[in-house]
Design a protein around this ligand. Structure first.
Ligand code: SAM
Length: 248
């Protein structure tokens, strides 16, 4: 999705865009945000959307930069956070150079590295990493490719249990996914980048980060299927959460 697409969803963001922080029932993101919030520290919410995580950051950090490519999303975020004077709103394309925000101690980046275009995504990843001060931390959430494959397996399992012919069952559970080998899977018909745990470790290490923690933020099966059957329990679908320290 590009700037215009994100602008278009700004008014219906809560209905259309899955709310990761609200569904982080174990508080993985909040615990890391808390543990890094030393007096005077500054944070960036990179791809802040309509500002779901801005109150959490603004309550704990001296200064917060709310950065997004969508001016419409920023407008909604600003309206939702009146009186929080330590938030600076920045309209910027993180995949491009010369953006008007400084590197900060903590960068929170929730489901922003989604673009299916390699050129745009590489820019996004590089500049997200450069947005972290040396010695600072990146707190990242991205879609999991492993989770998507598990969902496809659950779909197949469901079809088989319903008595479908095995070949038909497999066909019906197939992913509509040109580019699967590079982690591109369609979500609501939008080609979306998904990540392997090992890929995240490699790309962050390459960019001078030490990975401190990788965890699953798990969700119920209702996030993947309308009315999933009762037998469909753990393992559940998930996004990857990563905490990494910029060493160089
Ligand atoms: C899935 S939403 C997540 C929003 C928010 N982090 C949340 O968890 O609610 C992705 C956000 O990333 C922003 N985004 C995508 N590409 C971007 C880019 N190149 N530069 C800045 N923001 C970008 C979009 O405008 C959108 O608000």
């Amino acid at each position: 999705m590009n700037e215009r697409d994100w602008d278009k969803v700004a008014d219906s963001f809560e209905q259309e865009i899955f709310n990761v922080p609200e569904n982080d029932t174990k508080g993985i993101i909040r615990n890391w945000v808390d543990s890094l919030a030393v007096p005077g520290a500054e944070a960036t919410d990179l791809g802040c959307g309509v500002g779901r995580t801005l109150p959490m950051l603004a309550d704990r950090y001296a200064q917060v930069y709310a950065v997004d490519v969508s001016s419409q999303c920023l407008e909604v975020a600003e309206k939702a956070n009146p009186g929080r004077r330590n938030i600076t709103y920045v309209h910027a394309d993180v995949s491009a150079d010369k953006n008007g925000y400084p590197a900060t101690d903590v960068v929170l980046c929730i489901n922003t590295w989604l673009n299916a275009s390699i050129e745009i995504r590489e820019g996004l990843i590089d500049r997200t990493c450069k947005g972290v001060k040396k010695g600072g931390h990146l707190l990242l959430v991205v879609p999991s490719l492993n989770s998507t494959l598990l969902t496809a397996y659950r779909h197949l399992q469901w079809n088989l249990r319903d008595g479908m012919d095995p070949q038909e069952a497999q066909k019906a559970a197939a992913l509509n996914s040109k580019g699967l080998e590079h982690g591109i899977v369609r979500i609501d018909d939008v080609p979306t980048k998904h990540y392997l745990r090992e890929e995240l470790e490699a790309l962050l290490t390459d960019r001078g980060f030490q990975v401190l923690d990788i965890e699953k933020i798990e969700y119920p099966w209702t996030t993947e299927f309308d009315a999933p059957p009762k037998w469909m329990k753990a393992p559940y679908p998930w996004d990857w959460f990563v905490a990494a320290r910029r060493a160089r």
